[in-house]
Design a protein around this ligand. Sequence first.
Ligand SMILES: Nc1ncnc2c1ncn2[C@@H]1O[C@H](COP(=O)(O)OP(=O)(O)OP(=O)(O)O)[C@@H](O)[C@H]1O
Length: 853
Amino acid sequence: MEELQRSFSPPPCPTTVTVRRNPPRKARATPYTTGAKPPSTISLNTHHVPSFPMDEILSIQIPQHEPIKPLVSESLKIFLRIKPLKSFTKVTTTTKTRPRNVWPQNPSKKTNAKKSTRIEEACIALNDAYSVTLTPPQALQEMKRSKTEVYEGFSHVFAADCSQNDVYDKMVKPLLEDFMKGKSGMLAALGPSGSGKTHTVFGTPKNPGIVPLTLRQIFRKSDETSPGSLRTFYLSIFEICSERGKGEKAYDLLGDGSSELYVQQSTIRGLKEVSIQNLEEAESLIGQAMLKRATATTNSNSQSSRSQCIINIRAACNDVSNETKMQSSDAMLTIVDLAGAEREKRTGNQGERLVESNFINNTSMVFGQCLRSLLEYQKNRKKGLQKHHQNSLLTRYLRDYLEGKKRMALILTVKAGEEDYLDTSYLLKQASPYMKIKFDNTEEPCNKRQLTTFPRVEKNKKIKLSAPKTSQIEEVVAGERNQISQEVNLQGKNANPTDKSSPRLEHVAMEKNEREHIIMQNFAKVIWNVLKQYNEKLKVAEGEICSLKDNLRSEQLKSLELETELIHLKSSCKQNLAEPCIPETEAPIHAKEQFERNVDGDSCNLIEAGREVSVEGCNKSSGPSKNVEDAELVVCHTSTDNDLEPRHPINPEENVGTTQVEAEATNFPSDQAIQNEDDPTPSPDSPEHVEVSQDCINNRLSNIQTKSAIFRRFPDSEKQKRNRRLLPASSSSLAEEMGDLDVKDNQIEKPQVKISEIRVQEKSESTQGPEIEIPAREAEPASTKKQGSRQKPRRRLQPASSVLLTREINTLEIEDDVAESKGTRGRKKTTASQPRSQGSVTLLRLLTNNLHI
Ligand SMILES: Nc1ncnc2c1ncn2[C@@H]1O[C@H](COP(=O)(O)OP(=O)(O)OP(=O)(O)O)[C@@H](O)[C@H]1O
């Protein structure tokens, strides 16, 4: 035992205790870094955690998407075209000296004129297809103001003798191929005035420029592709010029009538887009636009362009049934012919031309600023791209290109003469750095922004894809498939369908894939949105279900409570009904009902009804009781069988009230209470008192039937004994309340009835006072009572005035009796509360004696 105790006893306390404050903290090594084993507690629980389903995840078949194409960064393509030098015809004349006496000869033979053609000295020399050397004029070299410079890195330099077709092949063709694949692109011509921009872009009927050649190529290609032509092309041409130097305005060069366009930020609205079916249509439209374009004669150019001209060729699918598809396949080729920068000294512009010149120079400057800022941005992206494009309508319109988002190419046109050195030098210095501008060639075919900013033909309203019909999407997909199969079949005529190496077939397959991918993507987005909506609805429904469940629970609880209450009531009723019942005690209810029926009747009827109630309700009760018990006890207003008239005036309210009081008073009298009947001062703690004060209060107003049923509990003999009821104070107050309640219920009664109510109240107040002896004259002899118990009680009607008078007298008598019998016993409240004058008392007595009531 001792050993056992020793083993459980704590170790002895050490003599010194060291408390270490702020123990040194060490970084806890993570289990991953240390490779330490996890604690054994964790390892014990791990068998509950399912293992990570790595195999399942790996076994999931991920749909094979098209491999993401690597980003191809391309440099901005800049081409240089040198305008042929001017050829001068020099006329030299040789004059011979003749003797004065010589007859004048033929004037034509007088002078020997010699015509010689002189070629202007060139400042620019072509090194190779990609570089040029710019040599300043002799005068400038001598002044050492400038030196020879080499500009290289061009995508191609077109010599002066190159043809328009060369330009098209080298510069436009690659762009057009991309355009036909659905990629947008832009081409702009830059250069000083008279350098050949318009010549390059539009050309002449003999030497068509880029636009006509492109259109030719387009229609030739579309003819080759299919007779049904897969795409439709639209042409729109507009120009931007200044309005007297105040602002920029856009004019539709293909529009009818008023061709001014509404410009809003980068959007140009109202631009007419003409569908072009063939080359002839296209060429005629181009000719129409050229005629409308603003031109003027300057020193530099006899037909100088005074505006920036923009030509848009849009390709759209022919079998487009909805906007979704159109967006995915539209492409825009934009060709811009800028007005050439002008030097005032050279052009000699004045007035309106000078204003135009300023606008042109300004636009050229902004254009250059945009490209420079793009270059700087690409060098250092932290700087951010400056918003120079906002300074000009043209640059706003071409924003996507000038921000490097879409492919574009520039062609610089220069004049090669010595006198054009400064202009050429300025342009080359400015534009050669642009060659370093890069752009990612990953542009999706024609995004939304492009569609909103670019002109378009009036189309159907956009179809919302928030709730699409599956059938529509299926139609689209089916249409796509048909189109592609048709295309493939057509290609199959020229190429072997099994030969997958055919570039055209590859292209078609790629297009098919792309379209299907986009369609499925949109479809998936739509389904996702629908699912989201359903999910939200489901959540709302769940919330409603929860609230309904709660309500149901609370209702069930309430019903349970009600059921228990009902059971309780039933049990109490059973207890009460177990005792003998008196059928005649239905009288109170009957009286009440009758009273209510007669509320609208005259007062006499009411009084009669009340008396009837009194008689019927109490005909079984015992004879009159005249014993004075206690001042606090209330006298029950019961009448004997022989009472032909009430012992005191009765009005319906009083009657009902007293009957109710009686009913309640007889509600729960226990045997003990009956036994203690002789005891005038019942203990407030007695069971009767408790029962009456609690149950009566709880049930006093609930059901009058219950009261009447309880009233039946007592046989006639008992009731006769109980003609004077001893009630505790609570019961008497309850009786008052009942009386009040009845008064309230019958507030619509006539004034006469109200007066009687007041009387009843006064009466009830008086009954609360000391014990009152019922007047002797109301009491009938016992023999009469017995006789009357067998006879049917007679009803006697009295006028209301007499009733009131009688009551007054009764009151007086009661008061007098009380005063006589009790003397100064105290506790009397009636006399104290309602003192009467000596005169009134005498008057009442006289009346009593004379009237013999
Ligand atoms: N490569 C070229 N071959 C032959 N003629 C040319 C060539 N380039 C320009 N020209 C001629 O030079 C003249 C001026 O050309 P163009 O109008 O195209 O210049 P521009 O740059 O458009 O001038 P502006 O900016 O003032 O409109 C025209 O008559 C045109 O025929």
